[in-house]
Design a protein around this ligand. Structure first.
Ligand code: CMX
Length: 135
């Protein structure tokens, strides 16, 4: 198993990014960047918290994973992302152990990170992202 470096970010599903930003800036955090990720059909606000971040995720399409999550469960924590050193090796290892990966190859996520997800059915109910980024 390759090294897990840190909790890279926590993804939070929100209906309206501007309203969510007001709430989180009111809580004392600051938005560092806003980015659209067309492949994931989201607009993301990134708020750095020490070595980690919070990502506020607003759906840009009703068929996106975030829109479906909000429709079924409401706004709230959507996923937990672990920062890994080598995503391919990590994916291979988890696959051999029987974990269900959602993307068979790493894809590009917010901030140019290379990402995949582990299905909540194989983690005890948490959607887990693996995330490799150049620091
Ligand atoms: N956390 C925990 N459980 C979740 C979940 C989440 N975020 N999303 C769905 N589930 C649950 C569902 O409620 C369902 O549970 P039950 O069967 O008990 O009702 C179960 O997982 C399976 O759901 P499903 O019908 O197989 O699939 P969905 O259509 O709900 O899709 C998922 C779920 C995880 C496969 C899909 O959201 C996905 O592919 N996610 C990866 C991509 C993604 O999340 N992109 C957005 C963020 C992008 C980014 O940050 O860059």
């Amino acid at each position: 198993m390759t090294k897990i470096k840190k909790i890279d970010h926590i993804g939070i599903a929100v209906k309206n990014l501007d309203e969510a930003i007001k709430i989180w800036e009111g809580l004392g955090l600051k938005v560092d960047e806003i980015e659209e990720v067309p492949r994931e059909k989201i607009r993301a606000a990134i708020l750095h918290v020490g070595e980690s971040r919070i990502e506020l995720l607003e759906p840009t399409d009703e068929n996106s994973a975030i829109a479906k999550f909000i429709a079924k469960r409401g706004e709230g924590i959507h996923h937990l992302a672990l920062g890994v050193e080598n995503i391919e090796e990590h994916m291979k290892d988890l696959k051999e152990k029987g974990y269900r990966l959602i993307y068979e190859e790493p894809k590009e996520g917010a901030g140019g990170a290379r990402i995949t997800f582990v299905h909540p059915k194989s983690t005890g109910g948490i959607l887990l992202e693996l995330c490799e980024r150049k620091e």
